[in-house]
Design a protein around this ligand. Sequence first.
Ligand code: EPZ
Length: 434
Amino acid sequence: MPAALSISQEILKPHLEIQGGHTLSRELKVSGAKNSALVLMTSALLSEGPLELHNVPQLTDIQGMADILSSLGVRVKRSQETVWLQADDLHHAEPPYDLVNGLRASFFCIGPLLGRLGHAKVPLPGGCRIGARPVVEHIRGLKALGAMVKVEHGVVTASVPGTSRRLKGAAIVLDCPSVGATETILMASVLAEGTSTIENAAQEPEVQDLAKMLNAMGARVSGAGGPIITIEGVERLHGCNYSVIPDRIEAGTFLIAAAITRSIVRVSPVIPEHLNAVLQKLRDCGCTLEIDKQGITLIPGDLHGVDIITQPFPGFPTDLQAPFMALLTTAKGTSVVTEKIYENRMQHVAELQRMGASIRLQGNTAVVEGIPQLSAAPVSGNDLRAAAALVLAGLAARGISQVDGLNHLDRGYDGIETKLNASGAHILRHQPSG
Ligand code: EPZ
């Protein structure tokens, strides 16, 4: 937090005020998965039929995607956790720069637009605070399906040459198992002529959810969740009624909230297989987990350090690296946390150090020495998961912390302080007007 800003200016920034040291109890409810809902919404572009999505989290990113799809001519209606979408009157294939710039996932629209219309013009998403995040694999896949693609003035223009507007099935091998590239290519190839395969595909649950919904729309996708996905192209897709999977990252964040406050809490709904790597690390550091069909109850033990290396699914998710590091700051002994997915996802370290954490950072590796308790401080969440980590640290710290960066937090957590307060936390949101 820059020293220049006076206290009054700091208080003016929207922030959470967290009184630390309270035990949590009862249940923490998990919303639908942000990273699934966003891509499922773009799939509406693939069909004229009505798409009814349930269990959609109420997040700023979801509204951002709704605005982008509306700008293309998709009829979008939202109520609570349901979104109705119908792309029966698409009037162009070029989402506005300013809307795309604010939401990386909107780049994924290029796949369904190209697959359905045979052309698309989408601004490059550009990098973000956690890394360069190129879309080379997306573009390579679309070219393999027969599209002509050029990148000029920050915009990607793609079109299918010749009279037919249909892409052609192809065998694609990804250089890295990118989630976004897998999803973009998957959505482009469901309407292609012939069969496509995606090798070294991302295996994340959100990719599996997308494949499942596309099949409910009449597509022929097999192998999602494994390293090779096969898609037999079809002429057209119809609408469907679908419910988004629970958010494994929110569920993981809540399990860590229980552990860091040394509380017994049930977290639900959760699909345990979506979190195996995380559950294993929670057990390794001393927690006991009771898993049933609907949820997971965490019982904290005498916590000690473990090592974490982030990897593509089914490895340890990068999106829980920061929240788990917050936990390790008060686990006995040494932990080594290595970030392998993004080149710049350690910005929470300096803020945790402000709260008294003992962390030595060398590039993308952090060596954490556990201390008995963090001390409260004013801290800034500089990206979505860093902000979540600081909320968790605030729950466990001695005193009252101020956590800002809510513009990041609200992108990925649906009413986080309401849920945590219902479980025994003491959090106030300060949203100064004007
Ligand atoms: C998705 O991003 C998620 N976002 C991210 O969640 C998540 O961190 C990431 O997958 C990994 O799990 C959404 O689903 C909206 P990637 P995506 O393409 O698809 C490199 C959160 O906190 N890469 O799998 O953009 C890339 O630079 C967000 O909710 C290339 O090199 O992730 C990165 O280092 C943050 N070339 C790595 O792969 C490419 O063409 C993983 O990126 C594409 C990616």
